[in-house]
Design a protein around this ligand. Sequence first.
Ligand code: MTE
Ligand code: CO
Length: 437
Amino acid sequence: MMAKHGTDEPAAHSDRRGFLKATLAGGLAAAGATTVLAQGKPAAVAPPGPNPKNQPPKVADWSRYLGDGVTDHPYGMPIKYESHVVRKTVEWLTADRQSSINFTPLHALDGIITPNGLCFERHHGGAAEVNPVDYRLMIHGLVDKPLVFTLEDLQRFPRTNKIHFLECAANSGMEWRGAQLNGCQFTHGMIHNVMYTGVQLKHLLNEAGLKPKAKWLLVEGGDAAGMNRSLPLEKALEDTIVAWKMNGEALRKEQGYPVRLVVPGWEGNIWVKWLRRIEVGDMPWLAREETSKYTDLMADGRSRKFTFYMDAKSIVTGPSPETPLKVKGRNVISGLAWSGRGTVTRVDVTIDGGRNWQEARIDGPVLDKSMVRFYVDFDWDGRELMIQSRAHDQTGYVQPTKDELRKVRGVNSIYHNNGIQTWLVRSNGETENVEIG
Ligand code: MTE
Ligand code: CO
């Protein structure tokens, strides 16, 4: 038996500060304020100042001297001017760094692919360092032939490449009772979108041979948390992938090196990292992470069982608290949308708090259970704005407002908050996380 470590998902039980913030925000809303401001300031990023000596018609320094040789950085890193584009954690959210999270800097990215070094991390027992020569994946239970695969064994099966988003069920979970953290990164950054290379799980299951009673799988990680979840066989056979590469290179240690499960469109928790064991059974296991955690507590005190799908959601990544508007006139509103139930078919954007909506321009690939990038090109006259976005998916589902969500779910939930985000852009361009009350 492996010891089970790990605390609640960070947003689960707010500590004193979280609780105070929630109470404060809730109180303001109850008092009938039109907007509820989030607490805290966005991280200050000081760009290097301009130097007229390097600007036309002068010949800049970088044109006058030779640059660096090629061997300085055998593994390339972003230039120093981009060193603020990093994952960030919120120290007080969790008790320790082994059971913690950091957040993807969504506000600083464009397109739909998250670079490997910027993918948010979520660990329940720290990031295991697995030596690939010792790596094994065991498949047993209701199978004809229990099997143990090495990494090289897995790599001899037919391969697939798929781009999918992974969103933690707790993403935006701090916002159930009102606007909280004043940043796009901290509020919505528990998501990444990556191209995975691996083998479809159905090939491995066919190799082992499923017994007729097989209905559910237990998928288990090899980290100290031994994190495990029950996966319906139907999903395992449909599109689940056993992956060893992300964006072309080996998985990062923190993303589950050497092998993780990719469960397209479903909550991040079931995407088991450092995958070591798959047991085939006829019932769900009702593991810790699908009973006491990762269930949605409803207003009447009952819990929803298995909320696997991540419903359609979108966010404007710029302007945002970290990327305020700087000039009047020509500007670009940029954002991301995704749906766990298929493709995003349309994104609407409003700049007046929902009175008028216009269809955003989706640019770049539109793929199944992947992020899409959208833009609205607009002229800013310097007026205060309330910017929101709203995603539609192929099932006809439309992203709800936070109040619509609360009507169905109450405010006891942590997980699966896909309500519409509002950014208030002040006339000086500063942007804040607010809620329209
Ligand atoms: N798998 C193992 N073995 N251990 C973990 O702690 N965390 C889960 C999931 N898989 C976890 C795990 C959770 S809650 C999420 S949201 C995703 O991994 C996060 O994946 P990432 O770290 O690649 O962002
Ligand atoms: Co998670």
